[in-house]
Design a protein around this ligand. Structure first.
Ligand code: UGA
Length: 435
Protein backbone atom coordinates (compact mmCIF):
# COMPACT_ATOMS: atom_id res chain seq x y z
CA UNK A 1 0.00 0.00 0.00
CA UNK A 2 1.03 3.58 -0.45
CA UNK A 3 1.10 5.83 2.57
CA UNK A 4 1.63 9.58 2.91
CA UNK A 5 2.55 10.71 6.42
CA UNK A 6 2.05 14.42 7.08
CA UNK A 7 4.38 15.58 9.86
CA UNK A 8 7.79 14.16 10.67
CA UNK A 9 7.63 14.74 14.41
CA UNK A 10 7.86 11.94 16.85
CA UNK A 11 4.67 10.12 15.90
CA UNK A 12 4.92 10.66 12.14
CA UNK A 13 8.51 9.58 11.88
CA UNK A 14 8.14 6.45 13.98
CA UNK A 15 4.82 5.43 12.42
CA UNK A 16 5.99 6.13 8.85
CA UNK A 17 9.19 4.20 9.35
CA UNK A 18 7.42 1.23 10.91
CA UNK A 19 4.80 1.12 8.12
CA UNK A 20 7.68 1.10 5.62
CA UNK A 21 9.27 -1.72 7.56
CA UNK A 22 5.99 -3.65 7.21
CA UNK A 23 6.56 -3.40 3.45
CA UNK A 24 4.40 -0.41 2.51
CA UNK A 25 5.71 2.49 0.42
CA UNK A 26 5.77 5.53 2.67
CA UNK A 27 6.51 9.19 2.04
CA UNK A 28 6.95 11.35 5.12
CA UNK A 29 6.15 14.97 4.40
CA UNK A 30 7.13 18.07 6.33
CA UNK A 31 7.07 21.75 5.47
CA UNK A 32 10.34 22.27 7.30
CA UNK A 33 12.91 21.82 4.52
CA UNK A 34 15.89 21.71 6.88
CA UNK A 35 14.27 18.76 8.65
CA UNK A 36 13.63 16.95 5.37
CA UNK A 37 17.20 17.68 4.16
CA UNK A 38 18.55 16.30 7.41
CA UNK A 39 16.39 13.17 7.15
CA UNK A 40 17.45 12.65 3.55
CA UNK A 41 21.07 12.73 4.64
CA UNK A 42 20.41 10.15 7.34
CA UNK A 43 20.14 12.46 10.37
CA UNK A 44 17.31 11.72 12.78
CA UNK A 45 16.02 14.82 14.58
CA UNK A 46 14.84 12.91 17.67
CA UNK A 47 16.47 10.49 20.05
CA UNK A 48 14.71 7.16 19.77
CA UNK A 49 16.60 3.87 20.20
CA UNK A 50 16.70 1.83 16.96
CA UNK A 51 15.06 4.48 14.78
CA UNK A 52 18.15 5.61 12.89
CA UNK A 53 18.95 2.05 11.76
CA UNK A 54 15.34 1.35 10.78
CA UNK A 55 15.12 4.57 8.77
CA UNK A 56 18.40 3.81 6.97
CA UNK A 57 17.33 0.26 6.13
CA UNK A 58 13.97 1.29 4.70
CA UNK A 59 15.40 4.24 2.77
CA UNK A 60 18.01 1.89 1.26
CA UNK A 61 15.22 -0.50 0.24
CA UNK A 62 13.23 2.27 -1.47
CA UNK A 63 10.26 1.96 0.82
CA UNK A 64 10.73 5.17 2.79
CA UNK A 65 10.99 8.67 1.32
CA UNK A 66 11.12 12.18 2.78
CA UNK A 67 9.83 15.23 0.97
CA UNK A 68 8.59 18.78 1.42
CA UNK A 69 6.32 18.31 -1.57
CA UNK A 70 3.08 16.62 -0.59
CA UNK A 71 1.44 16.47 -4.02
CA UNK A 72 2.70 13.24 -5.65
CA UNK A 73 2.68 11.22 -2.46
CA UNK A 74 -0.88 12.25 -1.59
CA UNK A 75 -2.20 11.69 -5.11
CA UNK A 76 -0.90 8.14 -5.10
CA UNK A 77 -1.71 7.33 -1.48
CA UNK A 78 -4.21 4.74 -0.29
CA UNK A 79 -3.96 6.32 3.15
CA UNK A 80 -2.86 9.80 4.19
CA UNK A 81 -1.95 10.09 7.87
CA UNK A 82 -2.16 13.38 9.72
CA UNK A 83 0.56 13.25 12.37
CA UNK A 84 1.14 16.94 13.06
CA UNK A 85 1.50 18.49 16.49
CA UNK A 86 -1.48 19.40 18.68
CA UNK A 87 0.22 21.51 21.36
CA UNK A 88 -1.67 23.02 24.27
CA UNK A 89 -3.21 26.27 23.09
CA UNK A 90 -1.96 29.19 25.08
CA UNK A 91 -4.37 30.39 27.73
CA UNK A 92 -7.11 27.75 27.79
CA UNK A 93 -5.55 24.26 27.90
CA UNK A 94 -7.25 23.28 24.64
CA UNK A 95 -5.40 21.30 21.96
CA UNK A 96 -4.33 23.66 19.18
CA UNK A 97 -5.78 22.13 16.00
CA UNK A 98 -4.58 24.67 13.47
CA UNK A 99 -1.92 22.31 12.07
CA UNK A 100 -4.45 19.48 11.74
CA UNK A 101 -6.93 21.67 9.86
CA UNK A 102 -4.24 23.13 7.61
CA UNK A 103 -3.16 19.59 6.74
CA UNK A 104 -6.78 18.61 5.99
CA UNK A 105 -7.14 21.51 3.57
CA UNK A 106 -3.93 20.66 1.79
CA UNK A 107 -4.86 17.00 1.50
CA UNK A 108 -8.33 17.85 0.16
CA UNK A 109 -6.97 19.53 -2.94
CA UNK A 110 -4.65 16.66 -3.78
CA UNK A 111 -6.37 13.30 -3.24
CA UNK A 112 -7.24 11.16 -6.25
CA UNK A 113 -9.41 8.04 -6.11
CA UNK A 114 -10.70 6.60 -2.81
CA UNK A 115 -8.36 7.77 -0.05
CA UNK A 116 -8.45 7.14 3.65
CA UNK A 117 -7.48 10.17 5.70
CA UNK A 118 -6.25 9.04 9.10
CA UNK A 119 -5.79 11.23 12.16
CA UNK A 120 -2.91 9.89 14.23
CA UNK A 121 -2.42 13.13 16.10
CA UNK A 122 -4.16 13.20 19.47
CA UNK A 123 -7.27 15.26 18.77
CA UNK A 124 -10.36 16.22 20.77
CA UNK A 125 -13.61 14.38 20.21
CA UNK A 126 -15.28 15.64 17.06
CA UNK A 127 -12.09 16.70 15.25
CA UNK A 128 -12.58 13.93 12.68
CA UNK A 129 -16.00 15.43 11.84
CA UNK A 130 -14.36 18.80 11.33
CA UNK A 131 -11.60 17.31 9.15
CA UNK A 132 -14.30 15.61 7.06
CA UNK A 133 -16.22 18.87 6.70
CA UNK A 134 -13.06 20.76 5.64
CA UNK A 135 -12.24 18.19 2.99
CA UNK A 136 -15.82 18.15 1.65
CA UNK A 137 -15.90 21.92 1.51
CA UNK A 138 -12.50 22.26 -0.15
CA UNK A 139 -13.08 19.46 -2.63
CA UNK A 140 -16.77 18.47 -2.94
CA UNK A 141 -15.95 15.67 -5.42
CA UNK A 142 -13.37 13.96 -3.23
CA UNK A 143 -13.87 10.24 -2.59
CA UNK A 144 -12.59 9.69 0.94
CA UNK A 145 -13.21 8.53 4.49
CA UNK A 146 -11.79 10.09 7.65
CA UNK A 147 -10.56 7.57 10.21
CA UNK A 148 -9.31 8.04 13.76
CA UNK A 149 -6.36 5.79 14.56
CA UNK A 150 -4.69 7.00 17.77
CA UNK A 151 -1.14 6.09 18.65
CA UNK A 152 -0.09 4.56 21.94
CA UNK A 153 3.68 4.86 21.50
CA UNK A 154 5.94 5.52 24.45
CA UNK A 155 9.03 7.56 23.80
CA UNK A 156 12.09 5.38 24.13
CA UNK A 157 10.11 2.24 23.31
CA UNK A 158 8.19 3.52 20.30
CA UNK A 159 9.33 1.00 17.69
CA UNK A 160 8.45 -1.94 19.87
CA UNK A 161 5.14 -0.31 20.82
CA UNK A 162 4.29 0.18 17.15
CA UNK A 163 5.24 -3.32 16.09
CA UNK A 164 3.88 -5.16 19.12
CA UNK A 165 0.98 -3.07 20.35
CA UNK A 166 -1.59 -4.25 22.89
CA UNK A 167 -4.28 -3.15 20.44
CA UNK A 168 -4.95 -1.04 17.37
CA UNK A 169 -7.96 1.29 17.48
CA UNK A 170 -9.72 2.25 14.25
CA UNK A 171 -12.61 4.71 14.39
CA UNK A 172 -14.82 4.96 11.30
CA UNK A 173 -18.21 4.02 9.88
CA UNK A 174 -16.78 3.25 6.46
CA UNK A 175 -16.35 -0.45 5.67
CA UNK A 176 -14.10 0.42 2.77
CA UNK A 177 -11.81 2.39 5.11
CA UNK A 178 -11.72 -0.47 7.61
CA UNK A 179 -10.46 -2.76 4.84
CA UNK A 180 -7.64 -0.32 4.02
CA UNK A 181 -6.71 -0.05 7.71
CA UNK A 182 -6.72 -3.84 8.13
CA UNK A 183 -4.44 -4.17 5.12
CA UNK A 184 -2.05 -1.54 6.52
CA UNK A 185 -1.86 -3.31 9.87
CA UNK A 186 -1.97 -6.82 8.39
CA UNK A 187 1.42 -7.85 9.85
CA UNK A 188 -0.03 -7.20 13.31
CA UNK A 189 -3.33 -8.79 12.49
CA UNK A 190 -1.47 -11.98 11.65
CA UNK A 191 0.06 -11.79 15.14
CA UNK A 192 -3.47 -11.67 16.53
CA UNK A 193 -3.17 -8.11 17.79
CA UNK A 194 -6.72 -7.05 18.65
CA UNK A 195 -8.02 -4.47 16.19
CA UNK A 196 -10.84 -2.48 17.74
CA UNK A 197 -13.16 -1.04 15.14
CA UNK A 198 -15.42 1.60 16.57
CA UNK A 199 -16.98 4.94 15.79
CA UNK A 200 -14.69 7.87 15.20
CA UNK A 201 -15.68 9.86 18.28
CA UNK A 202 -15.22 6.84 20.52
CA UNK A 203 -11.79 6.24 19.08
CA UNK A 204 -10.80 9.85 19.69
CA UNK A 205 -11.93 9.54 23.28
CA UNK A 206 -10.12 6.21 23.81
CA UNK A 207 -6.80 7.96 23.29
CA UNK A 208 -7.45 10.66 25.91
CA UNK A 209 -9.04 8.21 28.33
CA UNK A 210 -6.02 5.89 28.07
CA UNK A 211 -3.47 8.62 28.78
CA UNK A 212 -5.58 10.16 31.55
CA UNK A 213 -6.09 6.79 33.20
CA UNK A 214 -2.35 6.14 33.21
CA UNK A 215 -1.76 9.61 34.67
CA UNK A 216 -4.34 8.81 37.37
CA UNK A 217 -2.59 5.52 38.15
CA UNK A 218 0.80 7.20 38.55
CA UNK A 219 -0.61 10.04 40.62
CA UNK A 220 -2.49 7.61 42.83
CA UNK A 221 0.63 5.61 43.63
CA UNK A 222 2.57 8.84 44.20
CA UNK A 223 0.08 9.89 46.87
CA UNK A 224 0.20 6.41 48.38
CA UNK A 225 4.00 6.82 48.45
CA UNK A 226 3.66 9.99 50.50
CA UNK A 227 1.39 8.12 52.88
CA UNK A 228 3.89 5.25 53.11
CA UNK A 229 6.54 7.69 54.32
CA UNK A 230 4.23 8.91 57.06
CA UNK A 231 3.00 5.53 58.28
CA UNK A 232 6.18 3.47 58.01
CA UNK A 233 5.32 1.47 54.87
CA UNK A 234 7.06 0.70 51.58
CA UNK A 235 5.41 1.83 48.34
CA UNK A 236 7.21 -0.70 46.15
CA UNK A 237 5.71 -3.48 48.21
CA UNK A 238 2.30 -1.81 48.09
CA UNK A 239 2.60 -1.59 44.27
CA UNK A 240 3.47 -5.24 44.05
CA UNK A 241 0.76 -6.16 46.49
CA UNK A 242 -1.95 -4.39 44.53
CA UNK A 243 -0.45 -4.85 41.03
CA UNK A 244 -0.64 -8.64 41.17
CA UNK A 245 -4.38 -8.25 41.24
CA UNK A 246 -5.14 -8.61 37.52
CA UNK A 247 -7.92 -6.06 37.79
CA UNK A 248 -5.32 -3.45 38.78
CA UNK A 249 -2.20 -4.59 36.89
CA UNK A 250 1.39 -3.95 37.88
CA UNK A 251 2.39 -1.40 35.23
CA UNK A 252 2.52 2.36 35.84
CA UNK A 253 2.66 1.91 39.58
CA UNK A 254 6.20 3.21 40.02
CA UNK A 255 6.18 6.12 42.42
CA UNK A 256 8.44 9.00 41.42
CA UNK A 257 8.77 12.76 41.11
CA UNK A 258 5.57 13.13 39.04
CA UNK A 259 4.80 12.46 35.40
CA UNK A 260 6.10 14.72 32.64
CA UNK A 261 6.63 14.52 28.89
CA UNK A 262 4.80 15.71 25.84
CA UNK A 263 1.66 13.62 26.35
CA UNK A 264 0.25 13.18 29.86
CA UNK A 265 0.42 16.86 30.87
CA UNK A 266 -1.03 18.05 27.55
CA UNK A 267 -3.67 15.34 27.19
CA UNK A 268 -4.99 15.52 30.76
CA UNK A 269 -5.44 19.28 30.33
CA UNK A 270 -7.17 18.84 27.00
CA UNK A 271 -9.47 16.10 28.36
CA UNK A 272 -10.40 18.30 31.27
CA UNK A 273 -11.39 21.04 28.81
CA UNK A 274 -13.40 18.59 26.73
CA UNK A 275 -15.26 17.54 29.88
CA UNK A 276 -15.96 21.09 30.95
CA UNK A 277 -17.26 22.06 27.53
CA UNK A 278 -19.48 18.99 27.31
CA UNK A 279 -20.85 19.90 30.74
CA UNK A 280 -19.49 16.62 32.09
CA UNK A 281 -16.69 17.65 34.46
CA UNK A 282 -13.84 15.21 35.08
CA UNK A 283 -13.00 15.91 38.70
CA UNK A 284 -10.54 13.04 39.01
CA UNK A 285 -8.54 14.25 36.03
CA UNK A 286 -8.62 17.82 37.37
CA UNK A 287 -7.22 16.67 40.70
CA UNK A 288 -4.53 14.64 39.02
CA UNK A 289 -3.37 17.69 37.05
CA UNK A 290 -3.17 19.74 40.23
CA UNK A 291 -1.59 17.05 42.41
CA UNK A 292 1.06 16.24 39.81
CA UNK A 293 2.06 19.87 39.26
CA UNK A 294 2.39 20.42 43.00
CA UNK A 295 4.40 17.22 43.38
CA UNK A 296 7.02 18.28 40.85
CA UNK A 297 7.53 21.52 42.73
CA UNK A 298 7.66 19.70 46.05
CA UNK A 299 10.54 17.46 45.02
CA UNK A 300 13.00 20.31 45.52
CA UNK A 301 11.64 20.79 49.06
CA UNK A 302 12.35 17.14 49.70
CA UNK A 303 16.00 17.72 48.80
CA UNK A 304 16.17 20.90 50.87
CA UNK A 305 14.73 19.30 53.97
CA UNK A 306 17.07 16.30 53.54
CA UNK A 307 19.91 18.83 53.57
CA UNK A 308 18.75 20.17 56.93
CA UNK A 309 16.45 22.86 55.60
CA UNK A 310 19.06 24.96 53.80
CA UNK A 311 20.94 24.48 50.52
CA UNK A 312 22.36 28.00 50.27
CA UNK A 313 25.91 27.72 48.96
CA UNK A 314 25.59 23.95 48.51
CA UNK A 315 26.46 22.09 45.31
CA UNK A 316 23.91 19.56 44.12
CA UNK A 317 24.61 16.81 41.58
CA UNK A 318 21.61 15.85 39.47
CA UNK A 319 21.62 12.61 37.52
CA UNK A 320 19.01 12.52 34.77
CA UNK A 321 17.20 15.51 33.29
CA UNK A 322 14.86 14.04 30.63
CA UNK A 323 11.28 13.33 31.76
CA UNK A 324 12.13 9.63 31.56
CA UNK A 325 15.03 7.46 30.33
CA UNK A 326 15.87 6.77 26.68
CA UNK A 327 14.72 10.11 25.41
CA UNK A 328 16.14 13.60 25.10
CA UNK A 329 12.68 15.08 25.66
CA UNK A 330 12.61 17.75 28.36
CA UNK A 331 8.98 18.79 27.98
CA UNK A 332 7.41 19.17 31.43
CA UNK A 333 10.27 17.19 32.96
CA UNK A 334 10.28 17.24 36.78
CA UNK A 335 13.96 18.25 36.60
CA UNK A 336 12.93 21.72 35.39
CA UNK A 337 11.01 22.53 38.58
CA UNK A 338 13.61 20.85 40.76
CA UNK A 339 16.52 22.80 39.28
CA UNK A 340 14.82 26.18 39.37
CA UNK A 341 13.65 25.80 42.95
CA UNK A 342 17.04 24.57 44.18
CA UNK A 343 18.71 27.49 42.43
CA UNK A 344 16.24 29.91 44.00
CA UNK A 345 17.21 28.44 47.36
CA UNK A 346 20.84 29.30 46.64
CA UNK A 347 22.28 25.96 45.45
CA UNK A 348 24.59 25.43 42.46
CA UNK A 349 23.72 22.58 40.12
CA UNK A 350 26.02 20.12 38.37
CA UNK A 351 24.02 17.84 36.07
CA UNK A 352 24.46 14.92 33.74
CA UNK A 353 22.02 13.26 31.37
CA UNK A 354 23.07 10.81 28.63
CA UNK A 355 20.82 12.43 25.99
CA UNK A 356 18.95 15.51 27.21
CA UNK A 357 21.69 18.03 28.05
CA UNK A 358 21.37 19.74 24.67
CA UNK A 359 17.63 20.27 25.18
CA UNK A 360 18.12 21.16 28.85
CA UNK A 361 20.64 23.82 27.84
CA UNK A 362 17.82 25.73 26.10
CA UNK A 363 15.65 25.67 29.22
CA UNK A 364 17.92 25.79 32.27
CA UNK A 365 20.22 28.62 33.20
CA UNK A 366 23.49 28.47 35.16
CA UNK A 367 23.68 24.69 35.29
CA UNK A 368 27.08 23.06 34.87
CA UNK A 369 26.48 20.24 32.38
CA UNK A 370 29.01 17.51 33.07
CA UNK A 371 30.81 14.83 31.06
CA UNK A 372 29.48 11.87 32.98
CA UNK A 373 27.85 10.84 36.25
CA UNK A 374 31.07 10.90 38.26
CA UNK A 375 32.02 14.30 36.91
CA UNK A 376 28.65 15.63 38.12
CA UNK A 377 29.04 14.03 41.54
CA UNK A 378 32.58 15.37 42.09
CA UNK A 379 32.69 17.94 44.94
CA UNK A 380 28.92 17.95 45.35
CA UNK A 381 27.19 17.96 48.71
CA UNK A 382 24.38 15.63 47.67
CA UNK A 383 23.50 13.38 44.74
CA UNK A 384 19.91 13.56 43.46
CA UNK A 385 18.76 10.85 41.03
CA UNK A 386 15.97 12.34 38.92
CA UNK A 387 15.69 10.02 35.90
CA UNK A 388 16.27 6.28 36.02
CA UNK A 389 18.65 5.79 33.08
CA UNK A 390 20.11 2.25 33.17
CA UNK A 391 23.63 3.59 33.55
CA UNK A 392 22.71 5.13 36.94
CA UNK A 393 21.46 1.83 38.33
CA UNK A 394 24.85 0.34 39.00
CA UNK A 395 27.08 3.26 39.91
CA UNK A 396 30.39 2.46 41.60
CA UNK A 397 29.20 3.47 45.05
CA UNK A 398 32.68 3.55 46.59
CA UNK A 399 33.67 6.03 43.94
CA UNK A 400 30.47 8.02 44.44
CA UNK A 401 31.18 8.22 48.16
CA UNK A 402 34.74 9.33 47.69
CA UNK A 403 33.72 12.05 45.20
CA UNK A 404 30.89 13.53 47.28
CA UNK A 405 31.71 16.09 49.97
CA UNK A 406 29.12 14.38 52.17
CA UNK A 407 27.72 10.89 51.38
CA UNK A 408 24.12 11.97 50.82
CA UNK A 409 21.79 10.57 48.15
CA UNK A 410 18.20 11.49 47.27
CA UNK A 411 16.81 8.82 44.95
CA UNK A 412 13.60 10.09 43.35
CA UNK A 413 13.17 6.90 41.28
CA UNK A 414 13.83 4.25 43.95
CA UNK A 415 16.59 2.57 41.96
CA UNK A 416 18.65 1.74 45.07
CA UNK A 417 17.59 0.01 48.26
CA UNK A 418 17.58 1.87 51.58
CA UNK A 419 19.39 -0.93 53.51
CA UNK A 420 21.97 -1.43 50.82
CA UNK A 421 22.78 2.27 50.79
CA UNK A 422 23.02 2.68 54.54
CA UNK A 423 25.25 -0.41 54.78
CA UNK A 424 27.59 1.37 52.36
CA UNK A 425 27.71 4.45 54.52
CA UNK A 426 25.25 6.69 52.70
CA UNK A 427 22.65 8.90 54.21
CA UNK A 428 19.87 8.02 51.80
CA UNK A 429 16.26 8.95 51.10
CA UNK A 430 13.90 7.89 48.37
CA UNK A 431 10.19 7.97 47.51
CA UNK A 432 7.64 6.29 49.73
CA UNK A 433 9.95 3.85 51.46
CA UNK A 434 10.16 4.04 55.21
CA UNK A 435 12.45 0.98 55.07
C1 UGA B 1 2.66 8.13 27.01
C2 UGA B 1 1.87 6.81 26.95
O1 UGA B 1 2.47 5.83 27.80
C3 UGA B 1 1.79 6.28 25.52
O2 UGA B 1 0.98 5.10 25.47
C4 UGA B 1 1.19 7.36 24.62
O3 UGA B 1 1.14 6.94 23.27
C5 UGA B 1 2.04 8.62 24.71
O4 UGA B 1 2.07 9.05 26.08
C6 UGA B 1 1.42 9.65 23.81
O5 UGA B 1 0.28 10.06 24.06
O6 UGA B 1 1.99 9.96 22.76
P1 UGA B 1 5.27 8.78 27.08
O7 UGA B 1 4.80 10.16 27.41
O8 UGA B 1 6.29 8.59 26.04
O9 UGA B 1 4.00 7.86 26.65
O10 UGA B 1 5.87 8.17 28.40
P2 UGA B 1 5.47 7.15 29.57
O11 UGA B 1 6.40 6.01 29.53
O12 UGA B 1 4.04 6.86 29.54
O13 UGA B 1 5.83 8.03 30.85
C7 UGA B 1 5.16 9.27 31.13
C8 UGA B 1 5.59 9.83 32.44
O14 UGA B 1 5.09 9.05 33.52
C9 UGA B 1 7.10 9.90 32.66
O15 UGA B 1 7.41 11.12 33.27
C10 UGA B 1 7.40 8.74 33.60
O16 UGA B 1 8.53 8.92 34.39
C11 UGA B 1 6.13 8.73 34.42
N1 UGA B 1 5.84 7.41 35.02
C12 UGA B 1 5.49 6.35 34.25
C13 UGA B 1 5.92 7.27 36.41
O17 UGA B 1 6.24 8.23 37.14
N2 UGA B 1 5.62 6.06 36.96
C14 UGA B 1 5.25 4.98 36.19
O18 UGA B 1 4.98 3.89 36.77
C15 UGA B 1 5.21 5.13 34.81
Amino acid sequence: MRVAMIGTGYVGLVSGTCFADFGHIVTCIDKDSSKIDALNSGEIPIYEPGLQELVAENVANDRLFFSTDASDAIKQADAVFIAVGTPTRRGDGHADLSYVYAAAEEIAGLIEGFTVIVTKSTVPVGTGDEVEAIIKKTNPDANFAVVSNPEFLREGAAINDFKRPDRVVVGTDSEEAVEVMRELYRPLYLNETPIIVTRRRTSELIKYAANAFLAVKITFINEIADLCEKVGANVQEVSRGIGLDNRIGSKFLHAGPGYGGSCFPKDTLALSRIGTEANSPLKIVDSVIEVNAARKRRMADKVISFMGGDVKGKTIALLGLAFKPNTDDMRDAPSIDIVSKLQEAGASIRAYDPAAMGEAGHIMKDVLFCDGPYHAIENSDVLVIVTEWDQFRALDLERVKSLLNTPKVVDLRNIYKPDYMSERGFEYTSIGRAY
